[in-house]
Ligand binder design. Structure first.
Ligand SMILES: [Zn+2]
Length: 98
């Protein structure tokens, strides 16, 4: 069960999952948390949101993605991306999950 990283709504297993892939800056190391959900503090929102850490052997990692934020709708995804724009000390980049 995931929670939307924007509005915290629960996302059911049978609901379509939208996600934003992110790439961390070098100073962020979650290598001991692979495959886990970690809480990431977003300064611009003054709160922590759940993020899934990509595992080293996954397809996503091969494409240079270090983590992902699950969101319930594309709308929440857009808002999340606007926030990530302000958190560029943490993230090098982001993209919609294909
Ligand atoms: Zn949402």
């Amino acid at each position: 069960m995931f929670r939307c990283a924007w509005c915290m709504k629960k996302i059911g297993d049978n609901e379509p999952l939208h996600a934003i892939n992110v790439k961390f800056n070098e100073w962020i190391d979650y290598s001991d948390k692979e495959g886990e959900i970690v809480q990431v503090y977003l300064n611009s929102r003054q709160t922590s949101v759940p993020m899934i850490v990509t595992t080293a052997d996954s397809e996503a990692k091969k494409h240079g993605q270090d983590g992902l934020f699950a969101v319930c709708t594309k709308k929440c995804g857009e808002k999340m991306k606007n926030t990530l724009e302000k958190e560029m000390d943490m993230f090098k980049g982001y993209s919609d999950m294909e």
